[in-house]
Design a protein around this ligand. Sequence first.
Ligand SMILES: [Zn+2]
Length: 59
Amino acid sequence: MISQELLEILVCPACKTKVVLDEQLLVCGGCGRRYPIRDGIPVMLIEEGDKLRIPITPE
Ligand SMILES: [Zn+2]
């Protein structure tokens, strides 16, 4: 599990939006990319986020 302090400073490398923790993924509310956490370390790479990206429906 990653700490709240770390979560506070993590942003999506693609769009610079803060990410939120959802289960074992860090989810960007800006572009829908989702970043995996491996061995407790967030993998904040755009290409990793692309693999797990979910479509964002604009309001
Ligand atoms: Zn993003």
